[in-house]
Each structure stands twice: as structure tokens, then as C-alpha cells.
Ligand binder design. Structure first.
Ligand code: NAD
Length: 516
């Protein structure tokens, strides 16, 4: 197939009035569509359920964005049956044809970009630039995985002995259960689903209960792109109600999960049990949480470091698995960096994301608001709050202002994933001490070092325990194809989404040898 080389989707320029006007128009249009019902879609047919999942605007909890169906085990069974049947034909569909569906989905996403940004604003509470980066990422996943499938469709070269031909190629696996979080409701859901589909599998797509309307929109794009009925089944539902059923069922071949460590470990454990008549070991791809650190040594450019700490800590209110939640600063530059961090953080504009200049929107939900608030309470007990107001009761939106604690490495707020706009600042004696503190975590997702010292950078290159390590820049916003993304240790199975090893995780590698 003659495609142009892969390149990342460009971000929108919000200084351009055409873009702000298009966004306002999309907000008006989508604003007029709030409150609708979105049934399940199984085998291309809409399926009504008794219960529903209401989804609210986190910046205005009284506003219902939409209500989706809520699957029970009955619908989950139907989805598994359908996906198992359809696998027989989809797995035999040419890889080129499967790739073309993704390319068409990408073209549709580009055409519907502002509409998606508007849904992100209403359902995810995303500031505009954050929403844009995320929709661009979804487009990148579609474009990248389409090309990856074309690269891998005939397998990869291996050696043969004289008189024989050895070949090594990939086969689709079966029915995949895709379980996504709410923080990148377009990109992660679409990326995980696209990879599974283009590899020839069928999918049961379960979005987060907090962003299931965007999940319906993602399903709509795949359908509009011509994906045959039943290849992707849209199954919104509460994780606690249908998660175990989907993961434990013997028809499930693999689970592609992104979310918290607790849920991921539970899935891994359940998936390991062989169900009745189950003929395979289920594969689990699980990408989970983080407690990501930025180390600033005594040689660092302190202006740049402070700017990037704030960007990495507070983008999307710190609700990124990659968000900087610990700044570990060499004692010699501690006061200077801290002062600059405070200065930058105070400049952030917080509020409902109604215009392009809002930097910090709400956190996603009432439970998340309560969780972040409780970490602020614990930070108050264990450290000194240098920035941040007391969160209110959340009735006017789940807003939490940028918060900074000077703490000790043992403090709960400095050890556990908060997933909110809360940064712990820690003082290190020297670079060794800083690296030790950074690595002293069960997680290992992202990390960063700010330094002009070559020796320090080379040590961190090898010794920083994280799947994604960044030097002298931000630690969030991994670009598809450029910064393959996945965590070490309890941050996940290191699947490296958006990288060259990702698609093979969704396939079975086969060796065939013929003697001539
Ligand atoms: P979560 O674990 O609460 O939920 C994730 C998904 O799992 C949801 O769809 C939920 O319904 C489902 N679920 C819940 N219980 C289940 C069960 N028993 N069986 C099967 N599925 C079940 O996580 P969340 O709050 O939606 O997302 C935030 C978390 O995700 C954070 O920890 C964050 O770090 C992590 N995350 C990681 C990455 C990454 O790439 N490593 C990316 C984004 C988010």
C-alpha cells in the first residue's frame, strides 16, 4: 500500500481565531446534544438495558452529558458469543483491508476533531489544549497501528538452514476484552481497540463508567469507518458488575487493560485461572498507575526545570499516569527551584474549560474529588502545604487548585498515586540520594532528570527505574511512534503502546518450516 510516511498529527494553534471559532461552534452544537441515551451496540445492533449509567459534566455536576446503557452479565455473554462468531471471518480478512478501516477512522476523526474536543470538554472536563493533544493521539494511534500491521503482515525475517525455508509470521488471537480508564477517554480507548482490531481480533470494548458517552462516539467512528458488525462491540458497564465476568470467561483470549494498579492486579490474577474447557492461557496486557518523579540536580537550568515541573504536574489537573507527582531537588538548588515552581504554578488559570486560556479544569468525578481531598488532608498532617486552597464541597464542580507540599519521602502523599493536582517536593542530599528516592517506589512509569552533567544523565539512562525516562524536558504527553509508552514493575506489563513491540502482543507468532 502506498501510504505517506507516518507523522504525528499537528496540534491546533489556539492563537488562530479560526480554531477558537470552530471550537465555540462545536461546543454550541454538542451542548445542544447533551442528555441523550446511548444503548449498547453488539453485533451492529443496539441493545437496550434496564439500568443506565448517567455521565455528568465534572465542571457542572448538575449537567447530565448523556446516559449509556449498563451491561449485565446477560449482555456480556451476548457480546462474547458475537465476538467469538465474528472472529472466524474477521481473522481471515486481509491485513490491508483491516488497516484501511483504521485509516478511514483516522480521516473521520480529523473531520470530526472539534466535535470530539467538545465532548472531551463536557464529559472529561478537559482544557482545550489537553483535549486537542488527546484527540491528536487517537489519530496517531490509528495511523501508526495501520502502518505497523502493514509492516508485520508477512512476518519478520529469520534464518533458514540449507534446503529448508523457515518462516515466522503472526496470526490473530481471538476475542479481546478492552478495558479503559477515564483520563484519556478517546485516545486510550481508541488506541487499545485499534491495535486489537487491526491485528485481526474481535473486541468487547468497555469504556470507563465516567466517560462512556465518549466511548459511544469512539464506537460510532469505527462503525462509520466500515468496520464489520460485531468486530467491535460497545459494552459500557460498571467494572465491578461485569469486569470479573468478562475477564474470567473461557471465551476471552486476551485482556487489554489500562487503569489503576488495584484493578490491573485483580484482572491479572483472575485471568490466570483456567475456566471450564478453556484451551489457552489468557494474555494480559495491563498498563497501570505511577508515582512519577522529576530529579533536578545542582547543574540544572532552574528556569526550564521549574517550568516543566509545573507543566508535568498540573496538565489535566495531574490526572495523567505520567504526571510528575514528586519533584526531587538537590539541596543546593532546592530553594531556587521551589521559588520558581511556586511562581509558575500561581500563574495557572483554573476554572471551567470554556475558553482556550484555562489551564486547569475540574477533576473527573465526585469519588476522585474526595480521594484528592483526602490526600491533601494527609499532606497537611505529614508535610507543609506551600500552595493550594482547601477544596470546597465540589457542588459547583470538582475543582482542586494546584497544590504543593514540602514533604519527606516517607509521607503518604509522596508515596501513593494521588491522581490530582498535588505535587510533593523533596530535598535530596546529592544526585545519588535523589536517584535513590526516585527509585524507591513500587511503580516505574515515567521519570525525568534535569541536569547539565553528562555523568548524571548517563547514570540515569541506565539506573532510573521507569519505562519512560525524559531528560531536560517534560515527562508527560508521550507521542505515538516517537515515545513508546509503558511502565516497569507495578506500573504494568511494559507493553509500550505506540511502539514497534505493541501489535505483536495482540497476535500469536507462528514458525513454519518446509524442507525442499
Ligand atoms: P480503574 O482501575 O478504577 O478503572 C479502569 C477500568 O477498569 C474502568 O473501565 C473500570 O470500569 C474497569 N474495572 C473496574 N473494576 C474492574 C474489574 N473488577 N474487572 C475489570 N474491569 C474493572 O482506573 P481509573 O480510575 O479509570 O483510571 C485511573 C488509573 O489509570 C490511574 O491509576 C492511572 O495511573 C491509570 N492509567 C494508566 C495509564 C498507563 O498507560 N499506564 C494510562 C492512563 C491511566
Amino acid at each position: 500500500m502506498g501510504l505517506i510516511p507516518y507523522r504525528n498529527e499537528a496540534y491546533l494553534d489556539w492563537a488562530d481565531e479560526k480554531n477558537t471559532a470552530a471550537m465555540q461552534e462545536a461546543l454550541g452544537k454538542v451542548g445542544g446534544e447533551l442528555g441523550k441515551l446511548y444503548p449498547l451496540v453488539i453485533g451492529g445492533r443496539e441493545v437496550e438495558t434496564d439500568g443506565g449509567i448517567p455521565s455528568v459534566n465534572p465542571a457542572k455536576p448538575s449537567e447530565v452529558v448523556g446516559t449509556t446503557g449498563s451491561a449485565t452479565t446477560e449482555e456480556a455473554d451476548l457480546a462474547l458469543r458475537t465476538a467469538t462468531e465474528v472472529f472466524e471471518t474477521w481473522s481471515r480478512t486481509a491485513p490491508e483491508a483491516r488497516a484501511r478501516v483504521l485509516l478511514r477512522a483516522s480521516a473521520i476523526m480529523k473531520r470530526r476533531k472539534f466535535e470530539f474536543l467538545a465532548w472531551e470538554k463536557f464529559e472529561g472536563g478537559k482544557p482545550w489544549a489537553e483535549a486537542d493533544a488527546q484527540v491528536a493521539e487517537a489519530i496517531d494511534f490509528l495511523e501508526y497501528y495501520a502502518r505497523e500491521m502493514l509492516r508485520l503482515k508477512d512476518g519478520v525475517p529469520i534464518y533458514s538452514v540449507p534446503g529448508e525455508e523457515s518462516s515466522y509470521f503472526y496470526r490473530p488471537m481471538g476475542v479481546g476484552v478492552v478495558i479503559a480508564p477515564w483520563n484519556f477517554p478517546t485516545a486510550i480507548l481508541m488506541g487499545m481497540s485499534a491495535a486489537a482490531i487491526v491485528a485481526g481480533n474481535t473486541v468487547i470494548m468497555k469504556p470507563s463508567e465516567f466517560t462512556s458517552v465518549i466511548g459511544a462516539k469512539v464506537a460510532e467512528v469505527f462503525a462509520e469507518a466500515g468496520l464489520p458488525d460485531g468486530v467491535l462491540n460497545y459494552l459500557p458497564g460498571y467494572g465491578a458488575e461485569i469486569g470479573d465476568y468478562l475477564v474470567g470467561d473461557p471465551r476471552t483470549r486476551f485482556i487489554s487493560f489500562t487503569g489503576s494498579m488495584k484493578t490491573g492486579l485483580g484482572i491479572n490474577e483472575l485471568a490466570a485461572k483456567r475456566g471450564p474447557e478453556q484451551r489457552w492461557i489468557k494474555r494480559v496486557i495491563a498498563e497501570m498507575g505511577g508515582k512519577d518523579a522529576m530529579v533536578i540536580d545542582e547543574s540544572a537550568d532552574t528556569d526550564a526545570a521549574a517550568f516543566d515541573i509545573v507543566k508535568s504536574a498540573y496538565g489535566y489537573s495531574g490526572q495523567k499516569c505520567s504526571a510528575a507527582s514528586r519533584a526531587i531537588i538537590h539541596a543546593e538548588v532546592y530553594d531556587e527551584v521551589l521559588e520558581k515552581v511556586l511562581l509558575n504554578a500561581r500563574r495557572l488559570k483554573i476554572g471551567p474549560p470554556d475558553s482556550a486560556d484555562v489551564n486547569i479544569g475540574p477533576v473527573i468525578s465526585e469519588p476522585q474529588f474526595a480521594k484528592v481531598t483526602s490526600y491533601i488532608d494527609s499532606g497537611d498532617r505529614e508535610g507543609e502545604r506551600l500552595l493550594g486552597e482547601d477544596p470546597g464541597d465540589g457542588s459547583d464542580g470538582y475543582f482542586v487548585s494546584p497544590t504543593i507540599f514540602a514533604t519527606d519521602e516517607k509521607a503518604k502523599v509522596a508515596r501513593e498515586e494521588v491522581f490530582g493536582p498535588v505535587l510533593s517536593v523533596l530535598r535530596a542530599r546529592d544526585f545519588d540520594d535523589a536517584l535513590r528516592i526516585a527509585n524507591d517506589s513500587p511503580y516505574g512509569l515515567t521519570g525525568g532528570v534535569y541536569s547539565r552533567n553528562r555523568e548524571h544523565l548517563e547514570r540515569a539512562r541506565n539506573e532510573f527505574k521507569a519505562g519512560n525516562v525524559y531528560f531536560n524536558r517534560t515527562i508527560t504527553g508521550a507521542l505515538v511512534g516517537v515515545q513508546p509508552f509503558g511502565g516497569f514493575d507495578l506500573s504494568g506489563t511494559d507493553s509500550k503502546a505506540g511502539g514497534p513491540d505493541y501489535l505483536p502482543l495482540h497476535m500469536l507468532a507462528k514458525t513454519v518450516v518446509e524442507r525442499f
